[in-house]
Design a protein around this ligand. Structure first.
Ligand SMILES: Nc1nc2c(ncn2[C@@H]2O[C@H](COP(=O)(O)OP(=O)(O)OP(=O)(O)O)[C@@H](O)[C@H]2O)c(=O)[nH]1
Length: 613
């Protein structure tokens, strides 16, 4: 803390050196027509390290006052100083000059300003007192100055503050002061109106998008507004006129919060964790420092908090610019706008600094450079945030387009594989149907082969047994009759042996044809094997029908045959067995027919016999 006064003296001397305007203190000469006048060049200063000196004390040490040696409207700046500072200037006014003037101290965050007028009046203004206690209700500290009719008017000022001790002094003709006040209030209203709309707009965006970057921006803008309201004195006048304690802390707390949310915003907006990992650590550290600065006035002297906030602010400004440059090189969207925005703010701060050092003339732009710079910064950052929505939408459209293309590819592939699957299924179905048809044909052929006598094409023994059983069951149900005729060729062996097997086969085939020709469709003609055939007759009127057919068969088979040009004579013996219901089995019926057939053989062949029990 001991170093602080020394630093402030050095700072003041540096300002004096930079803005060197001469050594002599000539005093202010007010000429007719002068509406306002900056007093820096005409002020002499005296440090009161203990802050205990009274007006009489300093008047006694008038010779110790040092001319400011500043030029024009530079701001007298003692930096952070724990001393009280006395300022003195002389005003001379001719008879044609107005007598009522306003002395404006354009730095509303000073803790206390005491004004001692030429008529012996003592007025005080302080940001530690309620706003209503001020002699003139204005955002800056303003004191009415009534000049005497003749001679030199000496004005004494005592300033002290825990914060930065900057004392921009200007003398105003009353009417000109009112006009200038209107302008400055209008400009500041536009500035704060803009901050308010940007904050509200981004708050709505945050509600809608739920992206915390927007909320950080809103808090950034709101803190900036609090800091600026304090810096401009509008907060004291309109927002917290009855809370001077807060008004005193609002400057440091507001700008510390601006730094905190500015750092968080920078981090989120530039994605420093990804784009500049090393700087990201610095940004986090600075954000933590800003948070400390916000709370510092609660536990440490205000001056320390203010100094810490200023140093952290300068460091962060550098880090933010470097981070912006790095992220711009890495292609982070919006980094260019961020850099431009940040540069504009720093430019504004720099212009005001240079103006305060009187290295730049006071114009509308140099006077309001911080407001203009920060308004443009906020506007550009808000634009960059809005542009993010476009960026996000473009990314979303791109991702949707890619997803759609992939989906279409998948659908295409699926359709192709479905078509090929359908084709394969169709082919396989056709193959299966063909295989099935072949199987059915094979089965049909096998069935036919299993049930057919290959030589004559007649049903064989297997089929005969099935049909006989079926006929007997039906006869049982309908109370009908079945006749079984066992036909055996006579003297077939000699033909077979005499003419050969082929002739024998032809005889058997011819016999089959004759048997089939003699019976009805519904009757069954089968070959048992060798020269034995069976005829099953169903739907009989009675045994006489069977005998009539047997007689017909004997006659038919007795007819000469012409086989491969050979005239052959052959006959047949027939045994008849009748089924008229009851428990008789097919085998038993067959046995009976066989027995009757042998009876016919025994009777001399070429005849039939009916089984008789
Ligand atoms: N060509 C030919 N001959 C067969 C076939 N099956 C059996 N035979 C012959 O048919 C003959 C049947 O003998 P038999 O019943 O004694 O002949 P048969 O001379 O009619 O005698 P009877 O019935 O007593 O009049 C045998 O010589 C068998 O070899 C065949 O499929 N084809």
């Amino acid at each position: 803390m001991l170093a602080v006064p020394r630093i402030s003296v050095l700072l003041f001397l540096l300002c004096c050196w930079l803005c060197h305007g001469g050594t002599a203190l000539a005093g202010v000469r007010l000429a007719p027509g002068v509406a306002s006048l900056a007093l820096a060049a005409d002020v002499a200063v005296l440090e009161d390290p203990g802050g205990h000196m009274s007006l009489a004390d300093v008047q006694a040490r008038a010779a110790d006052f040092q001319p400011s040696r500043l030029r024009g409207d530079a701001a007298i700046n003692f930096g952070y100083s724990s001393s009280a500072w006395w300022l003195r200037f002389d005003v001379e006014a001719g008879p044609a000059v107005a007598r009522d003037w306003m002395l404006e101290v354009g730095f509303p965050t000073l803790d206390r300003v005491d004004f001692f007028g030429p008529g012996g009046e003592h007025l005080s203004a302080s940001d530690l007192l309620p706003f209503a206690a001020r002699p003139v209700k204005h955002r800056n500290f303003v004191f009415p100055l009534r000049l005497g009719e003749t001679g030199t008017n000496t004005v004494w000022l005592r300033v002290a503050s825990e914060g930065s001790l900057t004392v921009p002094l200007r003398l105003w003709q009353a009417e000109a002061f009112r006009e200038e006040s209107h302008t400055s209030y209008a400009v500041l209203s536009v500035y704060f109106g803009m901050l308010l709309s940007l904050a509200l707009y981004n708050l709505l965006l945050w509600f809608s998008l739920r992206d915390s970057t927007y909320l950080t921006y809103v808090l950034f803008a709101a803190s900036m507004a609090v800091g600026q309201l304090s810096l401009n004195g509008l907060g004291n006048e309109f927002l917290w006129p009855h809370w001077p304690a807060w008004g005193n802390a609002a400057f440091s707390t507001g700008f510390a919060a601006t730094g905190l949310f500015g750092a968080l915003f920078t981090r989120a907006f530039l994605a420093t964790r990804r784009n500049a990992p090393r700087l990201d650590g610095a940004v986090i550290g600075l954000a933590a420092l800003f948070a400390l600065c916000m709370l510092a006035p609660l536990v440490a002297p205000y001056r320390l908090a203010a100094i810490l906030t200023s140093l952290t602010g300068v460091t962060f400004s550098l880090v933010a610019v470097i981070a912006g440059l790095r992220c711009w090189r890495k292609g982070q969207p919006g980094a260019r706008i961020f850099l431009l925005a940040w540069t504009l703010l720093l430019l504004g701060v720099g212009i005001v600094g240079l103006r305060n050092l009187n290295l730049l003339p006071t114009t509308f732009f140099s006077f309001y450079a911080i407001q203009i710079g920060s308004a443009l910064e906020m506007l550009l950052l808000s634009f960059a945030l809005a542009d993010r929505i476009n960026g996000l939408r473009r990314e979303k459209d791109l991702a949707q387009g890619e997803a759609l293309a992939v989906k279409q590819q998948l659908v295409g592939a699926l359709q192709r594989s479905e078509a090929s699957l359908e084709q394969r299924v169709e082919e396989r179905t056709e193959e299966l149907e063909a295989a099935n048809a072949r199987l059915r044909e094979n089965e049909r052929q096998l069935q036919a082969l299993a049930h057919t006598d290959t030589l004559t094409g007649l049903p064989n023994r297997l089929l005969l047994d099935a049909r006989l059983l079926q006929s007997m069951q039906q006869a049982r149900r309908t109370h009908g009759q079945v006749a079984l005729l066992l036909v055996d060729l006579d003297q077939f062996k000699p033909i077979n042996d005499g003419y050969g097997h082929a002739i024998g086969d032809e005889v058997l085939r011819c016999t089959a044809d004759r048997l089939k020709a003699a019976v009805r469709e519904v009757d069954t003609v089968a070959r048992l094997g060798g020269d034995e055939f069976v005829v099953v007759l169903t739907g009989l009127g009675g045994g006489a029908d069977a005998e009539r057919l047997a007689q017909k068969l004997v006659a038919s088979l007795g007819e000469p045959m012409r086989v491969l040009g050979l005239p052959l004579e052959i006959g047949a013996s027939i045994g008849i067995a009748l089924f008229t219901g009851g428990e008789l089995s097919p085998a038993e019926l067959m046995r009976r027919a066989d027995q009757a057939m042998y009876a016919a053989k025994d009777a001399g062949r070429g005849c039939y016999r009916v089984f008789a029990a």
